[in-house]
Every structure is written in structure tokens, then in C-alpha cells.
Design a protein around this ligand. Sequence first.
Ligand code: ATP
Ligand code: MG
Length: 262
Amino acid sequence: MPIVSTFCKKGGVGKTTFLGFMAHYYAKSGKKVLIISVDDQNSIFKVFGVENKIFDVNDNYLEFLLANHKDMGDILIEARENLYLIKTLNSDKLSLKLTLERTQEKVLRKVLDEYSDYFDYIFIDFPPSSSRLSEVLLDMSNVILLVVGLDSLGLGGFFNTIQYFIDNDIDIEGIKYIVPNGYSRNRRAPRISLEKLEQQAQEFTPNAVVLPALQERSIIKNLQSEGISPFDDEIKLASTYDQAARDVLLDDLKEIFKHLSL
Ligand SMILES: Nc1ncnc2c1ncn2[C@@H]1O[C@H](COP(=O)(O)OP(=O)(O)OP(=O)(O)O)[C@@H](O)[C@H]1O
Ligand SMILES: [Mg+2]
């Protein structure tokens, strides 16, 4: 029951997308999966087309559980078979509590431990911004996947993240995988960025495995706009073009996930 997180200090690099795909892949293989969103945007709900569930009940979120106003089962939102989501709506307040009350960290740890009894995996989706909540949860994560966008700004995200870990005393060894995202065979910039990233990873995160790069693929955005995950492979897509593109993406993802040992 490891805690698995995707992280990067840069926004919009694919943290939520990759985490959602990974979580669904494991859920489809029969594992019980929980995704905790500590991003108030809760964009992971969009990956599964359940954003209507963000505000359908107003008190079923993580902060309510930690304040003892809710039970563990009350805040789980089912997104797919074997796949549950937990949202946050006021993570700033929770961060402040974690800073001011030392016992809160223990409460948070206990909650995660208890969920671990029910779930095979706990995935955590982080925002790029800094907060006490992120620091504490990153520290509790057993496996961190650092998602890096393959352009010059994306590479900056790699360094910012390493710096952030050092500044906040978070163990860099927790970064077990680097996920290069946005590769394109036909463009020079992503190819060069990938080479640079591999060099940087060797120097700064030598124990992390650099996964095969995820390609830039428009089908990812198309599926997300419809709330369909590529692992919803029983859903037939309207156009044969999309159908073929989804199959290619599925093969890509399965190939990448083969390298994971979570
Ligand atoms: N390989 C890819 N090809 C095409 N589009 C992608 C790819 N990866 C992610 N995207 C798209 O990029 C956008 C940003 O992705 P995502 O929300 O996963 O990033 P994030 O790092 O979680 O962002 P934030 O920092 O805001 O949380 C989304 O619209 C997503 O569909
Ligand atoms: Mg995100």
C-alpha cells in the first residue's frame, strides 16, 4: 500500500494527467486505488469526467475528515470500479493548521495509514504551489514521480523541484522516477530537452529511473474534454481516427508502466 505521488514545481506539465492514467491502469488490473487531490482545483476529477461531483455535496472533503466532522468512508467519491477520489477545497487552511498544530501531522498520518488498510495504492495529486500540506505529504510519499515538460521551461521545473526539496528538507531520494512528457519525434526542441533531462537526472537524481517519454498527443486533450480516460477502452469513440489514436496512446502508456515497480 505505497503512497505514490506525481510532482513538479512547474504548472501544466502533466502531473494530474499522468497520475490519473496510472491510477486507472492499476484499478483496471484489479487493485483498489485511492487518489487524494491536494490541489484545490481538483482537476483529477476532469480526467475521469466526474467534475460534477466536486460540488454535489459540500462537506465531503479531506479537511472535514481531518477536523473529525466526517468518517473515512463519507468523503470517498467513486470515479470508476476500484477507483475512488478525495477532494480538497480549502488546502490553505489545512496547511495553516499543519503549521500551527503539531498534532495535525499525526492525524494526517493516521488517516493515510487507515486508508492503506483498504486500498492497495494511495495516489496523491499535488498542485505546483508550495504549502505545508505539500511538504508533509511529499515527505510521507514512498514513491515520487517527477513529471518534467520537454521544453526549456519544463527543464527549469526539474531544477526548481530539486531546489524546493532541498530548501524544505524533503528527501530527494523519494524521487524514484522521472517522467518526461511532451516528446515529439518530429520536433528538435523536445529531443534536445530529453537529452538534457537525462544528463541532469544522472547528476542530480542518480537513483531515479528516467521512464520512456510520453509523446505529445492531441488525443489526450480530446479524451479529457469528454471525461474519458484511455483505460475506458470499453467505450467506443465517435471517430475512427480518435479510436486509432487512443489505441496508440494505450500501447504507449502500457509500455511506460511496464517500467514501474510500485
Ligand atoms: N502528452 C501530452 N500530450 C498532449 N496533451 C497533454 C499531454 N500531457 C498533458 N497534456 C494536457 O496538458 C494540460 C495540462 O496537464 P495537467 O493538468 O495534467 O498538468 P498539471 O501538471 O497537473 O497541471 P497543474 O500544475 O495545473 O496541476 C491538460 O490539458 C492535459 O490534457
Ligand atoms: Mg494538476
